[in-house]
Design a protein around this ligand. Structure first.
Ligand code: CAA
Ligand code: FAD
Length: 380
């Protein structure tokens, strides 16, 4: 067993960390305050090859692996969780199903543009009445000649409005429950496809979350991913890897908060000595560091398994569950270490605490991760 990152993975970490600290962190607080998405940052990530980390060069990627991808999301989230999820949704949720289930034309046409960063991707599964319970979705897709006609709406879509390519799930058979769901690639600008409400959020405020509306939206038949009825399987297997992207985001948020709390605890003096010299504070930092390391190991293991073709569904759900709770606990404690100053916008830890909460909700709530892990550990 070897826990060392390869030389390539270490170089990628250094490159992404430099980029994150120099180009992403300086505007993170301002973008959070203004709820502003910055396409320029995505374009810079594209120039560095980050938008296509795990995909082969023939499809515009850099031919790396899922551990490198997890490292990139972690390092971005260490300074700005919104930027972390922009990349995670783009790679895990939009590009992965096209790479895995797309035919050669779809890969050449859509994956190529996503991998090079010419296009930004999004994944549209959730609906107002279908969040955890995916198969109760109501959006329909009816075949009409050479087109499917989509009607309905999707909510909470990360990169919604700013993305160019959307992987959208809809029912082609209303009576067949999960077996009646199919997956489609929909391009921004298609007639009948528009954007509704943009959510005002507690955290990850510079990542847009938007409603998608389909009104008699005609999608060419060749934009279906897989076959009719494959949609639920495509959605679930996509989330298997996606959840590990969120685990990586959670590790990054927690590490960023710990780094800041540690520096502060060493500088801030009360009772004539740095507060870090109190065991009450250093034990907090020790627990934070230990849980972050455990989260990171779970996350890298799931990513390694995915790269090596080993099972990763349970591992990824465990990583998201543990890392999400760690991010929440660590950021609450980081605010505590800062005392009253941590409760203000003069310091970044309040942003980390607001951002951490989403890692317990999206890509399946913590309760759904327990359901997934529980089913796997109890199955015969
Ligand atoms: N891989 C392959 N097949 C799977 C699977 C998986 N991971 N999970 C389920 N299946 C199969 C089952 O084996 C079953 O197969 P059969 O048809 O042969 O019986 C079928 O799919 C139905 O499975 P379930 O009975 O388990 O389905 P369910 O209705 O009970 O739902 C669930 C299971 C895990 C709760 C699922 O609905 C779920 O994951 N819900 C959460 C939704 C979610 O995570 N949404 C995230 C949206 S994206 C997002 O949030 C983006 C972002 O953060 C940026
Ligand atoms: P509900 O499903 O209504 O759940 C409410 C509560 O009940 C939760 O605590 C839940 O855990 C619990 N619960 C539900 N069922 C069970 C059960 N069987 N057992 C135990 N407890 C249960 N979706 C996309 O498709 N694409 C995106 O890009 C995307 N991005 C998002 C970005 C943000 C900022 C947010 C907030 C959401 C995003 N989502 C996205 C949607 C997200 O995946 C859902 O919000 C999430 O899956 C939960 O669904 P829900 O909000 O409808 O909650």
């Amino acid at each position: 067993m070897n826990f060392q990152l390869t030389e390539e993975q270490q170089m990628l970490r250094k490159m992404v960390r430099d980029f994150a600290v120099n180009e992403v962190e300086p505007t993170a607080a301002e973008r959070d305050e203004e709820e502003r998405f910055d396409r320029g940052i995505f374009d810079q990530m594209a120039e560095l090859g980050l938008t296509g980390i795990p995909w082969p060069e023939e499809y515009g990627g850099i031919g790396s692996d899922f551990v490198s991808y997890a490292i990139a999301v972690e390092e971005l989230s260490r300074v700005c969780a919104s930027t972390g999820v922009t990349l995670s949704a783009h790679i895990s949720l939009a590009s992965w199903p096209i790479y895995t289930y797309g035919n050669e034309d779809q890969k050449q046409n859509f994956l190529q543009r996503l991998a090079t960063g010419e296009a930004l991707g999004a994944y549209a599964l959730s609906e107002p009445g279908a969040g955890s319970d995916v198969s109760s979705m109501k959006t329909t897709a009816k075949l009409d000649g050479d087109h499917y006609v989509l009607n309905g709406s999707k909510v909470w879509i990360t990169n919604g409005g700013v993305a160019d390519i959307y992987v959208v799930f809809a029912k082609t058979d209303m009576d067949a429950k999960h077996k009646g769901i199919s997956a489609f690639i929909v391009e921004k600008g298609t007639e009948g496809f528009s954007f509704g409400k943009k959510e005002e959020k507690l955290g990850i405020r510079s990542s847009p979350t938007t409603e998608l509306i389909f009104e008699n939206c005609r999608i060419p038949k060749e934009n279906m991913l897989g076959d009719e009825g494959d949609g639920f399987k495509i959605a679930m297997t996509t989330l298997d890897g996606g959840r590990n992207g969120i685990a990586a985001q959670a590790v990054g948020i927690a590490q960023g908060a710990l780094d800041k709390a540690t520096d502060y605890a060493k500088e801030r003096e009360q009772f004539g000595k740095p507060i870090a010299k109190n065991q009450g504070i250093s034990f907090k930092l020790a627990d934070m560091a230990t849980n972050i390391e455990a989260s990171r190991l779970l996350t890298y293991q799931a990513a390694y398994n995915e790269s090596e073709g080993l099972p990763y569904q349970k591992e990824s759900a465990m990583a998201k569950l543990f890392a999400g709770d760690t991010a929440m606990n660590v950021t609450v404690e980081a605010v505590q270490v800062y005392g009253g100053y941590g409760y203000t916008k003069d310091y970044p830890v309040e942003r980390y605490m607001r951002d951490a909460k989403i890692t317990q909700i999206y890509e399946g709530t913590q309760e759904i991760q327990r359901l997934v892990v529980g089913r796997m550990v109890t199955k015969d």
